[in-house]
Design a protein around this ligand. Structure first.
Ligand code: BGC
Length: 809
C-alpha cells in the first residue's frame, strides 16, 4: 500500500494520506540551522547541535505521537483544523505534503478554505521560514482566525527534559510588535536568543504555554484558539512559547499570506543589552528584514533550489529503471547530505541528546557526500582526525558544537582508526588533493601534539598492528563496527553500558571483520604511500597486509564462511561449532571486498553461504541463527529479541558490503537483485509493512525471526545511505574515482542494454554512455574518449569542461 508518490520532476515525495505508518519527515537546513519536519508539521529546530542548542521542544515517545512542531491552527466558526491534519485531527477535504530538497509544503483544505505552509531554511541564515497562504475558494466572504504556535526549548535539550526544579523558573521573553523574543538564560552565560516573527501586524499573541493551551489544555484544542484570540501573555518561567493570532476577513476568492520565521541570533557579549534587561534586537531585525516580503522569501527559495541543482548535477544517471534513477539522482544523494549534517545525532529515533558525531559513522558518511561537497568533506576529515588519540586509537564520538572527543564514551572501538584511512583515500581519489596529507592536525584536540594527516593515517594503520591477538588477528577492544558485539565488556546489571562496562580492552578477543578492513584499507594506505614515493614504507605495509590475509585464511576461516571473531576466552564466534550465531554478515562482506580468498575459492564459498543462510526477501540478516538468550560474553547483540537490530535483523548498512562483494566477483545480476531488496523506492508499494519513508533508507528492517518481519526502523541517519550510494554508483554503475582519472568498471545485470551517466570529476563533466551489446555482467571491452580509443578502463584526466565517453562492455 502507498501513502503517496514520487514527483521526480520536482524532486519531491508527495504524501497524500496523512496517516502514514510513522511520521515521514524531511530535513531543512544545510549550514548551521536545522529543522526536522514531519508530514503533519511535527518536528523541532536547533542550531548546530541538537543537544546543546535546541530551539524548540520535542517529546519523542509521547502520546499522541509527533505532537510538537510548527503547527498552525485555522479557526473557521466553531471548527478548528490544521492544514497538516495534526494535532486537531479534524477531517479535511484535501491534504498533501510535498517533501523536497531542503523544503516542505503542506497544504490542506476544508470547507472551501485552502491553507498551505511552505517551509524552508535559507542558505547561510539561521532561520526557519514558514509562509502561510490562506485562500478563500468560496463564493462568499469568510471570517477566519489564524494562529501560529511554537514551544521553546530552554536550549540544552538534556537539561530541558530533566532539570525542572531549575528551569521552571528561568524562562524569559520580550515582545515587540509581531516579534516574540525567547531570551531564557540570556542574562547569564548565553549570548544568543531566538525570535519568532510574523511579517504582518498581529491581533494578539501569547508567550505563556498555560495561557495559550490552558493549564490542562491539549495541542488538539488550545484554549486561545477556542476563545478566538490570545491573551497577550508574557511568560515568567514555566514554558515560554510563541503564538501569533491574526484575524482575517477574506473576500470571496481572496488570498492572504503571512510569513512567519523562527530565528536564532547571536550577539557579541558587550552588545547584549541596550538597557537593563532589554535585549539588543538589532541583529534579529536585520535577519528578519532579509525575509519579510514575498519577493525576498521567493528569492531565498530560489537560491536554495540552485544550491541543490548544483549539488545533484554532479552525478546524474539515466537508466531504464525510474526507481534506480530517483535514488541516485535525488533521494540517496540527499540522504547522504543529511548524514553529513547530522551524523547520528538528530532524527525521529536519535534524540539529539544521545550521540554526537560518530568517528566511524562520519568517516563512512563521507563516502557518500565527498563528490558533492569536496571542500566541506576536507574540513570534516581534519575535524575527525583532530579527535584521534596519540596512539592512533580514536574517540568514538565528538560533539559537533565543540568538535572535541567525547570522553564519556572514550575510545577503544578498534575499527575506528581504519575508517580514517577509508575516508581520506576516498577524498583523495575524488579530488586529487594530495596536499591534505601534509595538513597539520591535532591529536586529541591538543595543538601541541599536532602532526601531519599522513602521520594520523600511519598511526591508524599501526594501531591495528600494535593491537593483535593470539591468532595475529586484530584485537576487537570494546567493539568493532558492530557496536553491539561487546566481547570484553560483560555488562551484567541493568543500566550498565554494554560498551564501556568491565575490562573493555582485552588481550584475547579478536575481530575477523577488522582483519578484513585492515586488508582492504591497508592496501589503499600502501597505494597512497607508493604515490608519495615512500616505497620502503609501502612495501612494509604490503607485507603486513599479506600477513593479515594469511591469518584470516588460517584462523579466520570456518570452512564455508569467514568466522566473525574470537571471544575473550578464545572461543569462536560465528562458527558452525556454535549453536546460535553461526554465521555473520560483516566478515563475509568485508573480507570479500578486501579480495581475501577471491583466487582460492573462499570468497565465493562465503557468498554462497550468505545466500543460503542469511538472505531473505527483504534483505540479508546480520546473523543466523538468532540468539535466543542473553550471552554475557557477547553483550548487547544477544540482548535484542530474535530478528531485531544486530540480533539477526536486516541491518541495512552491511547489505551493500555483500552487494559490493558480489561486484568484486563479477556478479551483476546478483548484485542488483540484492540492491533492490533494501532499496526504499522498491519498497514503496509495501509501505504498510516497511513503515518508514519510501524515499530514504532506514537502519534496520526486522529479520525473518521477528514477528514483524519486513518492518523498518531508525530511518535517515544510517551509514546505509553512503554505502548504498557508493555501491550503486561505483560497484554497479561502475563510475569509480581513482587517483589518475575516472575508472569505468560496471557490474550490471545482463539484461541492461545501455545507460548514461553525467559525472563531474575534478572540474570536468563526463558524459558517459555505457552499452552492453553482449549481455555481459562485467568487463569493459572498449573505452572511447572524445572519439579516441583508450587502453584499459581509466579515463585519463584532462583540463576540458566537457568530455564524451563511450564504453562498450
Ligand atoms: C552505529 C554504528 C554501528 C552500527 C552497528 C549504528 O547504530 O551508528 O556506529 O556500527 O550501529 O552496531
Amino acid at each position: 500500500m502507498q501513502y503517496g508518490h514520487f514527483d521526480d520532476k520536482n524532486r519531491e515525495y508527495v504524501i497524500t494520506d496523512w496517516e502514514t505508518p510513522l511520521p515521514w519527515i524531511n530535513y531543512l537546513g544545510s549550514d548551521d540551522f536545522f529543522t526536522l519536519l514531519s508530514n503533519t508539521a511535527g518536528g523541532y529546530a536547533f542550531y548546530k547541535d541538537a543537544r546543546l542548542r535546541r530551539i524548540t521542544r520535542y517529546r519523542y515517545n509521547n502520546l499522541p505521537l509527533d505532537q510538537d512542531g510548527f503547527h498552525i491552527y485555522i479557526k473557521d466558526n466553531k471548527t478548528v483544523w490544521n492544514p497538516g491534519c495534526r494535532p486537531c485531527g479534524t477531517k479535511l477535504d484535501s491534504y498533501e505534503c510535498r517533501h523536497g530538497m531542503g523544503y516542505s509544503v503542506i497544504t490542506g483544505s476544508r470547507n472551501r478554505i485552502e491553507v498551505s505552509q511552505e517551509f524552508y531554511v535559507p542558505k547561510n541564515d539561521n532561520i526557519l521560514l514558514m509562509r502561510v497562504t490562506v485562500k478563500n475558494k468560496d463564493k462568499k466572504d469568510r471570517n477566519i482566525d489564524l494562529f501560529s504556535f511554537v514551544e521553546f526549548c530552554l536550549w540544552d535539550a538534556q537539561d530541558d527534559t530533566t532539570n525542572f526544579q531549575r528551569n521552571y523558573s528561568t524562562g524569559e521573553v520580550e515582545v515587540e510588535g509581531s516579534v516574540i523574543y525567547h531570551k531564557t538564560e540570556y542574562r547569564e552565560r548565553r549570548n544568543h536568543y531566538a525570535a519568532f516573527f510574523a511579517n504582518r501586524k498581529v491581533d494578539s499573541f501569547d508567550t505563556s504555554r498555560d495561557a495559550f493551551m490552558g493549564v490542562y489544555g491539549t495541542p488538539a484544542s488550545p484554549l486561545a484558539v477556542s476563545n478566538g484570540k490570545c491573551s497577550d501573555s508574557i511568560a515568567h518561567g514555566w514554558q515560554p512559547v510563541g503564538a501569533h493570532h491574526i484575524h482575517l476577513d477574506l473576500k470571496a476568492g481572496e488570498t492572504y499570506d503571512v510569513i512567519f520565521g523562527l530565528a536564532y541570533v547571536e550577539v557579541p557579549e558587550r552588545k547584549k543589552f541596550i538597557a537593563p534587561s532589554v535585549i539588543n534586537k538589532e541583529p534579529a531585525r536585520k535577519l528578519i528584514q532579509k525575509y519579510d516580503t514575498n519577493e525576498k522569501f521567493d528569492a531565498g527559495f530560489k537560491k536554495l533550489h540552485s544550491f541543490w541543482d548544483r549539488l545533484l548535477s554532479r552525478f546524474e544517471v539515466s537508466t531504464s529503471n525510474d526507481k534506480v534513477n530517483r535514488m541516485v539522482n535525488i533521494w540517496n544523494a540527499y540522504q547522504c547530505m543529511v548524514t553529513f549534517n547530522m551524523s547520528r545525532s538528530a532524527s525521529y529515533y536519535e534524540s539529539g541528546i544521545g550521540r554526537g558525531m560518530g568517528f566511524r559513522d562520519s568517516c563512512q558518511d563521507l563516502l557518500g557526500f565527498v563528490h558533492m561537497i569536496p571542500e566541506r568533506a576536507r574540513q570534516r576529515i581534519l575535524d575527525i582526525a583532530a579527535t584521534q588519540k596519540e596512539d592512533g586509537g580514536a574517540y568514538h564520538q565528538y560533539q559537533p558544537l565543540t568538535k572535541k572527543g567525547n570522553s564519556d564514551i572514550g575510545g577503544g572501538f578498534n575499527d575506528d582508526p581504519l575508517w580514517l584511512i577509508a575516508c581520506t583515500d576516498a577524498y583523495i581519489r575524488e579530488t586529487g588533493d594530495w596536499d591534505i596529507l601534509k595538513e597539520k592536525v591535532d591529536f586529541d584536540n591538543k595543538p601541541e601534539l599536532a602532526d601531519t594527516l599522513l602521520e594520523h593515517l600511519r598511526r591508524s594503520f599501526n594501531y591495528t598492528l600494535n593491537n593483535l591477538g593470539p591468532h595475529k588477528l586484530p584485537l576487537i577492544g570494546r567493539a568493532d563496527w558492530n557496536d553491539c558485539m561487546n566481547l570484553n565488556c560483560f555488562s551484567k546489571h541493568p543500566g550498565e553500558s554494554f560498551q564501556i562496562t568491565g575490562p573493555s580492552e582485552g588481550p584475547v578477543a579478536e575481530s575477523v571483520f577488522i582483519a578484513g578492513m585492515f586488508v582492504k584499507y591497508g592496501k589503499a594506505y600502501a597505494q597512497l604511500l607508493r604515490h608519495l614515493e615512500k616505497n620502503d614504507e609501502a612495501k612494509k605495509a604490503d607485507k603486513a597486509v599479506k600477513e593479515m590475509e594469511k591469518a584470516v585464511l588460517k584462523d579466520g576461516w570456518d570452512g564455508s564462511w569467514f568466522l566473525r571473531a574470537y571471544d575473550a576466552f578464545g572461543k569462536k564466534v560465528g562458527s558452525h561449532y556454535n549453536t546460535e550465531g553461526q554465521i555473520f554478515i560483516e566478515p563475509q562482506g568485508m573480507c570479500v571486498m578486501a579480495g581475501i580468498g577471491t583466487e582460492t575459492g573462499e570468497a565465493q564459498k562465503a557468498l554462497d553461504s550468505v545466500q543460503e543462510r542469511l538472505e531473505t526477501k527483504y534483505g540479508i540478516v546480520l546473523l543466523n541463527p538468532a540468539y535466543t538468550t542473553y550471552k554475557l560474553n557477547l553483550g548487547e547483540i544477544s540482548s535484542y529479541p530474535p530478528g531485531y537490530k544486530e540480533n539477526a535483523g536486516i541491518f541495512c548498512h552491511n547489505n551493500p558490503w555483500i552487494i559490493f562483494a558480489e561486484t568484486v566477483m563479477g556478479h551483476g545480476d546478483r548484485a542488483f537483485e540484492l540492491y533492490k531488496k533494501t532499496c526504499p523506492t522498491f519498497l514503496e508499494e509495501i509501505s504498510e509493512i516497511h513503515r518508514t519513508e519510501p524515499y530514504v533508507y532506514c537502519q534496520m528492517v526486522a529479520g525473518k525471526d521477528a514477528p514483524t518481519f519486513g518492518e523498518g526502523k531508525n530511518s535517515w541517519l544510517t551509514g546505509t545511505a553512503a554505502w548504498t550510494f557508493t555501491v550503486l554508483t561505483q560497484g554497479i554503475l561502475g563510475i569509480q574515482p581513482d587517483y589518475n582519472g575516472l575508472r569505468i568498471d560496471p557490474c550490471i545485470p545482463k539484461k541492461v542494454k545501455e545507460y548514461t551517466v553525467n559525472r563531474l570529476f575534478r572540474g570536468t563533466m563526463y558524459h558517459i554512455v555505457i552499452r552492453n551489446p553482449h549481455k555481459a555482467e562485467k568487463g569493459v571491452k572498449e573505452l572511447i574518449v572524445d572519439g579516441q580509443h583508450v587502453d584499459g578502463n581509466v579515463i585519463p584526466l584532462v583540463s576540458k569542461k566537457n568530455v564524451n565517453v563511450e564504453v562498450i562492455m
